[in-house]
Ligand binder design. Structure first.
Ligand code: IPM
Ligand code: MG
Length: 349
């Protein structure tokens, strides 16, 4: 039986992940072995380390990883390398070689009015951001200097790192509307000019897919101006981090944005939002990004396409029936807590 390593992590991760697990168990009963491991602040408190060796080994051995979120104010004063983000999330991505972070942005019909943008701007949105996840500024050499005091981070990409993510973007575009927009800052950055060169070169292997390039500042503007122009966006790590938070608002809330981090062999699935310490432990969190991440897991790690589609449909049906998580509630909406919304999705399966 395939094994799924479950890492709820911190904050609302502990509330949303159980809902996602329960939804998968309802749609694919007795198909998986589930084992839970410590990560992030919870792991620091229990073991002193944000990514205990046992957790890393389990993730390397498992067939897929389902992750909640890590981090919280109580761990922000630790030395950077021991904090949940730098000490757990990044090493996990690096050790599992999860170089492609895929964040699909779609707008649920029922939520067209929930976005802060006008309905006519968001209603046709169907895009995927493919974010490079194991290179760039996040992993380049960083440090401090004295006299004068200074700090630096390095943005470096190897040809292979660029080629494999761009290639994946082309492959995904082939299953969609056959358009790749590579986002960079080639008017300023040497790493971006190199990125563009490699993207062009790789594009020659995909004559059936249209390749365009866009500066990241313009891409941010276009994402709120006319987002339906995008099919697959491919970009480096930090640009992707920023653009996906921005793009999440097209779908109404970051609480709706699932993600898959892939390398062609293994996948780690996590909602794109964080641990939200301000609302943690109060049954307020939106479990839908976690539930939709689990649906991505069924599809991309286990080829359970029908089961995955059933989850997505159940989520759409619950929203269409007027049920809302707190982050998407407007006046007169019927609001459900984390557990109740999870149960509603299971009922709708
Ligand atoms: C994300 C998050 C992380 C990132 C943080 C928590 C380190 O914002 O997955 O987008 O910056 O990658
Ligand atoms: Mg982010």
């Amino acid at each position: 039986m395939p094994e799924i390593a479950v890492l709820p992590g911190d904050g609302i991760g502990r509330e949303i992940i159980p809902e996602a697990v329960a939804v998968v168990q309802a749609v694919a009963p007795d198909k998986f072995t589930w084992r839970e491991y410590l990560v992030g602040g919870a792991a620091i408190d229990a073991t002193g380390s944000p990514l205990p060796p046992e957790t890393l080994a389990a993730c390397l051995a498992a067939d897929a990883v389902l992750l909640g979120a890590v981090g919280g104010p109580q761990w922000d004063t630790l030395p950077p390398a021991r904090r949940p983000e730098l000490g757990a999330l990044l090493p996990l991505r690096k050790q599992l070689e999860l170089y492609a972070n895929i964040r699909p942005v779609r707008v649920q019909k029922a939520l067209v009015g929930a976005s802060t943008l006008k309905a006519e701007v968001v209603e046709k949105v169907d895009l995927v951001v493919m974010r490079e996840l194991t290179g760039g500024l996040y992993f380049g050499e960083k440090g401090r200097r004295t006299a004068p005091r200074a700090a630096y981070d390095t943005l470096i990409y190897t040809e292979d790192e660029i080629r494999r993510i761009v290639r994946l973007a082309f492959l995904w575009a082939r299953e969609r509307r056959r358009r790749v927009c590579s986002v960079d800052k080639a008017n300023i950055l040497e790493s971006s000019r190199f990125w563009r060169e490699i993207a062009e070169d790789e594009g020659r292997n995909f004559p059936d897919v249209e390749l365009t390039h866009m500066y990241v500042d313009n891409a941010a503007m276009q994402l709120v101006r006319r987002p339906e122009q995008f099919d697959v966006i491919v970009t480096e790590n930090m640009f992707g981090d920023i653009l996906t938070d921005l793009a999440s608002m097209l779908s109404g809330s970051i609480g709706m944005l699932p993600s898959a981090s892939l390398n062609g062999k293994k996948g780690l699935y996590e909602p794109a939002h964080g641990s939200a310490p301000d609302i943690a432990g109060r049954n307020l969190a939106n479990p839908l990004a976690a539930i939709l991440s689990a649906a991505m897991m069924l599809k991309y790690s286990f080829d359970l396409t029908a089961e995955s589609a059933r989850i997505e449909k159940a989520v759409a049906d619950v929203l269409a029936a007027g049920w809302r998580p707190a982050d998407l509630a407007g006046p007169g909406d019927r609001v459900l807590g984390t557990r109740e919304l999870g149960a509603k999705v299971r009922e709708a399966l």
